[in-house]
Design a protein around this ligand. Structure first.
Ligand SMILES: C[S@@+](CC[C@H](N)C(=O)[O-])C[C@H]1O[C@@H](n2cnc3c(N)ncnc32)[C@H](O)[C@@H]1O
Length: 279
């Protein structure tokens, strides 16, 4: 049984698919193009249909990437859970085996190995889709500096409310200061969070200001890694509660243009037809 997710997961996957369709079309002149999904999941999601007790199965990011036309030369999927690997392997079995590789493991530990299989001169797009603090900043750094020419484009779920807010507004029983430092040092660039944390603890910042500053630390970090364009969209629950940011970064103006177009659309709230498809 696939994970049961809320409708915002469909929004995320729709944004990914819309962008990837633009990406494979824009890079069709290149001899090869690659896709890296460092937290691949099991290939499917069960989406709750709002206002009903029903769910609908939709393709997860690996299947979205594999089904695009023109296709990626090869897709690399990293997944830590054996059970998910098994389902993903089953769902991909009808695709030619030379078009994908599934690697079981912790993305932070196997990233060098997987990157070494991606030709440095070919266009490459990476999707990082964590549920919490799984992706280390050092992994983002490795992806960012891997290629000599154009950088690997990155689409990242930045789990502000699912992870960072929980720690910054921590429950003393669950997180002591040492644990907080450990988590934030691993996942944010350059110990940059300390001032925000101190200001937050001393009550000098409102929650919205804390959120904006943490987001800025992350997006500034991406720029310091050499990315020219960083764009993002806040994903909210249907009740308007902030959940996470989808952050896109590239050093290619064409990629920036396509993503700007994709992120500006309000795929859920603006498009009744999209919801109709689910109900
Ligand atoms: C949000 S799900 C990914 C969903 C997928 N992108 C999709 O759209 O269908 C995150 C996945 O990452 C896996 N995961 C968690 N920590 C990981 C790690 N350190 N390395 C690789 N995979 C990890 C989880 O088991 C889970 O399947």
């Amino acid at each position: 049984m696939a994970r049961i997710s809320k409708i915002h997961t469909k929004e995320k996957l729709t944004l990914l698919e819309k962008y990837l369709q633009g990406y494979v079309t824009a890079t069709k002149g290149a001899m090869e193009r690659y896709y890296l999904d460092a937290l691949a999941g099991d290939g499917q999601c069960e989406i709750e249909i709002p206002g009903t007790s029903r769910t609908q199965t939709v393709n997860g990011s690996p299947l979205i990437a594999m089904k695009l036309k023109p296709g990626f030369t090869k897709c690399f999927f990293i997944e830590i859970k054996k059970k998910n690997i098994k389902t993903l392997t089953r769902l991909l079995k009808d695709f030619p085996q030379n078009r994908y590789k599934i690697r079981e493991g912790d993305c932070n530990l196997v990233i060098d190995e997987i990157l070494s299989e991606i030709p440095q001169e070919a266009p490459c797009f990476a999707f990082l889709d964590p549920e919490g603090f799984e992706v280390e900043w050092s992994t983002i750094e490795k992806i960012a500096i891997y290629k000599k020419g154009r950088k690997i484009e990155l689409f990242i779920l930045f789990p502000y409310n699912m992870a960072f807010a929980r720690v910054l507004y921590y429950n003393k029983k669950r997180f002591d200061k040492e644990n907080i430092a450990l988590l934030l040092n691993k996942t944010l660039p350059y110990n940059s969070w300390i001032d925000v944390y101190e200001d937050r603890i001393k009550g000098r910042l409102k929650p919205l200001e804390v959120r904006k500053r943490i987001l800025k630390i992350f997006t500034d970090g991406l720029k310091r890694l050499g990315y020219k364009f960083v764009d993002w969209k806040l994903i909210e629950s249907r009740e308007g509660r902030p959940l996470y940011y989808l952050i896109f970064t590239t050093d290619h103006s064409a990629g920036a243009k396509i993503m700007k177009h994709v992120l500006q659309k309000d795929w859920i709230r603006g498009q009744i037809s999209f919801l109709d498809k689910l109900t």
